[in-house]
Design a protein around this ligand. Structure first.
Ligand code: ADP
Ligand code: MG
Length: 597
């Protein structure tokens, strides 16, 4: 088999996307004992990935062969494989990368006055000469997959690829707080992380707010040493959140260990929420097999049951030490104190962001007075549902395309909520079962889209502008959505690389919830939603609707249930959610009859 073919096949294993290149280059720089590493990318790595380090560099002969397969300076004998502490040890990464891109290497060791510059295209050295350079190594990887169009076309949108790169960058930089990292994307600085300790590194990456969320976890036994942090239970997220396991300082994925962490949080958070954690485990390298997957993120422990148990108990212990349990004793839910009559007030126009701040982990069916689901975006007070306005809404609902709108359509008093998730309603031809979350997403989505594309929302100016501290890359994300957010009513400016100042917010939003709303919005943006090529206006409307919609699992009052049903069928497209999922399901009497034949 010709070398370049073998290399391309190997590349398929090692290099799946720009983020894989980032991972390999960063690991090589760490192995080279660098104390400062800069990552530069253009167009999420599709055009350029460059890593510059101040490590030991390569001799000129090593530089000329490092792109050949199985040239690793890190293994002297097969026995070393089991004791390996460095990141890479297969001698495959650079060869694989060079097989699918244009590479330029500049490197110098401290005992040489001059460095080397080597350019490689299609696995062939096209330039190799001496050059003036700094001590250390710079590797530029350009035009990834230029020679494999199928792979290049397979790459996702810039947003998604960037997200993968940021994930890799998080993993590497969290594992090495002793190294300074800088990360630039398209000439804007996403991260600038000074040399520090683990706690500060986490705070520098995830924002100043994360400091108060951290609970230390420490344990030392004969077979396992654990240190790191978990987030306090109340900061658990519906999305996967920040979850990092490192074994012998190498990032790994482990559903099994994740399960152990979840079990330590049992009783403190709802099963639907995921704890965040940054956990470092040290074990004897001989007792694990990390080489079962080419990208080396999976692991097999000899004694996994013990590891599971030790991990679980050390987290429980950590949470107990910090008196987390008593804090979580919300025996009364403040929202229950809102007088019933409040619901009928005409000026109600809050939007519920279902953050878990009032959420009682010991009661899965917490009833909240969810006045907030009434969305009065148009400031039309009649939209607040009371019995009088039901008529006008039924009027509206006739524009929908459903065939069961003939006469009385819905029997508005017969809505029934099933399992805190489905709204069941009798219709003329049978029954309809509506998913409450998706229905509300649709309702909100159409409203937002109208605002963003036609009307513009009237912002409410804040008496006291609100400063929100975020992670640097989160600020960048919001700034990139600035125009659409402004049309939706959010007016803000960037006051530092990690702070935004909100001067106005949409009228329907409760000012005290802006921060949690923004956080929710960011989570959704990060959660791959942007994986489609939506227009940015459409995407913003989608994200906002997802963030603000009432969630499944929430008990709704009768008139809230009716509000959802009626508003849904006033929508242009009541059948599918903004994310193209079915909103409802109907069972006709005919179908029922057949069941009883
Ligand atoms: P591995 O890391 O598995 O040894 P790679 O293909 O990633 O294999 O790298 C090949 C070799 O190139 C390494 O063993 C190392 O000697 C050298 N090398 C790669 N990157 C650097 C760097 N940033 N600084 C110094 N040497 C490097
Ligand atoms: Mg390597």
């Amino acid at each position: 088999m010709p070398d370049n073919v073998a290399n391309q096949i190997a590349a398929g294993e090692v290099v799946q996307r720009p983020a894989s290149v980032v991972k390999e280059l960063l690991e090589n720089s760490i192995d080279a004992k660098s104390t400062e590493i800069t990552l530069i990318i253009k167009n999420s790595g599709k055009i350029l990935i460059q890593v510059i380090d101040n490590g030991i560099g390569m001799s000129s002969s090593d530089a000329s062969i490092c792109f050949e397969r199985h040239t690793t300076s890190k293994i002297k004998s097969a026995k070393d494989l089991f004791n390996i502490r460095s990141k890479g040890f297969r001698g495959e990464a650079l060869a694989s990368i060079a097989a699918v891109s244009h590479v330029e290497l500049i490197t110098r060791q401290s005992n040489n006055d001059l460095g080397k510059i080597i350019k490689i295209q299609g696995n062939k050295i096209v330039e190799n000469k001496s050059t003036v350079s700094k001590i250390g190594t710079s590797i530029m990887v350009k035009n990834l997959f230029y020679n494999i169009p199928a792979r290049r076309n397979f790459l996702k949108s810039d947003n998604v690829e960037l997200k993968h790169i940021i994930n890799e960058f998080h993993r590497t930089s969290i594992a090495h707080p002793e190294i300074k990292f800088i990360f630039n994307n398209n000439d804007s600085e996403l991260f600038n992380l000074p040399k520090s300790n683990l706690r500060k590194r986490i705070v520098n990456i995830f924002g100043a707010k994360s400091n108060e969320k951290l609970v230390p976890v420490n344990e030392e036994t004969d077979i396992l040493k654990i240190n790191g942090f978990v987030f306090k239970p109340e900061y658990s997220k519906k999305s996967r959140g920040e979850q990092f396991f490192f074994v012998n300082n190498r990032f790994i994925r482990s559903p099994y260990l994740n399960h152990s962490v979840n079990s330590a949080f049992e009783g403190l958070i709802d099963l639907k929420y995921n704890p965040s954690y940054f956990l470092f485990m040290e074990v004897d390298p001989k007792s694990i097999d990390i080489n079962i997957h080419p990208t080396k993120t999976e692991i097999k422990f000899d004694d996994e049951h013990s590891i599971y148990a030790i991990l679980r108990s050390s987290i429980k212990h950590g949470l107990g030490q910090f008196n987390i349990a008593p804090i979580l004793d919300f025996s009364h839910d403040k929202s229950m104190e809102v007088p019933y009559s409040y619901r009928n007030k005409k000026e109600i126009r809050g939007v519920g962001i279902d953050v878990n701040e009032n959420y009682n982990p010991f009661d899965n069916n917490t009833i909240k007075l969810s006045k907030n689901i009434y969305i009065d975006l148009e400031m039309d007070k009649n939209r607040v549902i009371d019995n009088d306005s039901l008529d006008s809404i039924e009027e509206d609902s006739k524009v929908n395309t459903l065939d069961f709108s003939n006469d009385g359509n819905f029997e508005s008093n017969s809505v029934y909520q099933l399992n805190n998730k489905y709204l069941v309603n009798k219709i003329k031809s049978g029954i309809i079962i509506v998913n409450q979350n998706r229905a509300h997403q649709r309702i909100l989505y159409e409203k937002f889209l109208k605002f963003i594309t036609i009307d513009g929302s009237k912002p409410q100016k804040l008496l006291h502008p609100l400063e929100i501290n975020l992670a640097i890359q989160e600020v960048e994300i919001l700034v990139s959505y600035k125009k659409q957010l402004k049309l939706s009513g959010f007016i803000f400016k960037k006051i530092s690389s990690s702070d935004l100042l909100f001067e106005a917010i949409p009228t329907f939003l409760d000012p005290t919830r802006v921060e949690s709303y923004i956080q929710d919005l960011l989570d959704n943006i990060k959660d791959d939603i942007s994986d489609k090529n939506f227009s940015q206006s459409d995407l913003t409307a989608k994200l906002m609707s997802k963030s603000l919609a009432i969630k499944n699992g929430k008990k709704l009052l009768k008139d809230e249930q009716e509000f959802i049903i009626n508003s849904l069928f006033a929508c242009k497209e009541p059948a599918v959610s903004p994310f193209n999922k079915n909103i409802y399901y109907t069972i006709t009497f005919e179908e029922l009859e057949k069941k009883f034949l």
